[in-house]
Design a binder for this molecule. Sequence first.
Ligand code: SF4
Ligand code: SF4
Length: 372
Amino acid sequence: MAEIAELIQMTNTHFCLDCGVCTGSCPVARVFSDFSPRQIIEKCLYGIEDLSDENIWNCLTCAQCSVRCPANINFPEFIRLMRDEAYSKGYSGTLTHNGMLHTIWSLQTKGITQNRTFWIGDGKTSEKGDVFYFVGCRPYFDVIFRDINAGSIENCKNILKILNASGIEPVVSNDERCCGHDALWNGDEETFKKLAEINIEIIKASGAKKVVFNCPEGYLTFRDFYPRYFGDLGFEPVHIIDFLTEKIADGALELSEFPEVVTYHDPCRLGRLSGIFDPPRELIKSIPGIELREMPRSRENSVCCGTSGWINCSNCSKEIQVQRLSEASATGASTLVTACPKCQIHFRCAKSAFDLDIEIVDLYDLISEHLK
Ligand code: SF4
Ligand code: SF4
């Protein structure tokens, strides 16, 4: 564990210009007037930041500030490292859902038996093979968020349907664990490492050379963080969007007409953190008859879905979500398309609480429903 002064050196945070662009860009600062990334940095630089500061956990790690920072300071990474330090001293964010998700990923570090492949039905999978489909936490989400119709399992079925339609029968493992994304961004590095080690072992044993993701968090975690901790993985993380774009472009998959106006929400981990902006738009536009209308805040300027890592869901989160859904409605679209299971959960939660008149649909569900 590093002290704050060391974190400043590691992340070049001492280059901060004190310009305030980060605070001016931050969706949390717009709602919580006492939250300021600039002030967190300044307090750290002056040696007066305290690891008990609640604001360390209020950051969404959405990178809206860092993409605009003139000094290229990676504030989400700085916060992640601060959380490591704070967590090691016994601090944490306010756990959502009574800590249920935290308990689940902690249990998954043990030798448990799961029932996470019940949804496969007549989908075709393999015990071993070149392609592994990393399902992520959706079998759990489907149960936990039943009351808001999370649609998480439907989404897994649709991904499998797309893969099967492309002639792929992927490995789907009942032993898979949470990718560790949330433990990592909660400062719980030890849990992250345990989960990652189990996943790497399972994937290697399957013989897979490619691991397909449709959850942006899983993809980012495997692509950027697993190699950082474990070196060469011996397999390649692949986002389903690259695979799908290729299949549609070469005519292997054909889509039926959908004469609707939709808008697209860039998930932070897919857009700003993974740099994937155009492929989801191309995919939407490949559906005959569809019209994609952009929201004013899109691509690099997209806004977070309001909460991250199952901590500190607050009135700020709800305000961000309601504003976002209103922005989507104002485009005239009937449907907000997103490409992250958690964005879908958070927006469906806000929609059900505030009775908003817009459908929230996952991109791959949309594609699967229109497969010819
Ligand atoms: S935008 Fe960058 S340089 Fe400006 S205050 Fe924020 S962290 Fe410092
Ligand atoms: S990462 Fe997002 S929530 Fe955190 S300070 Fe930057 S803009 Fe605000």
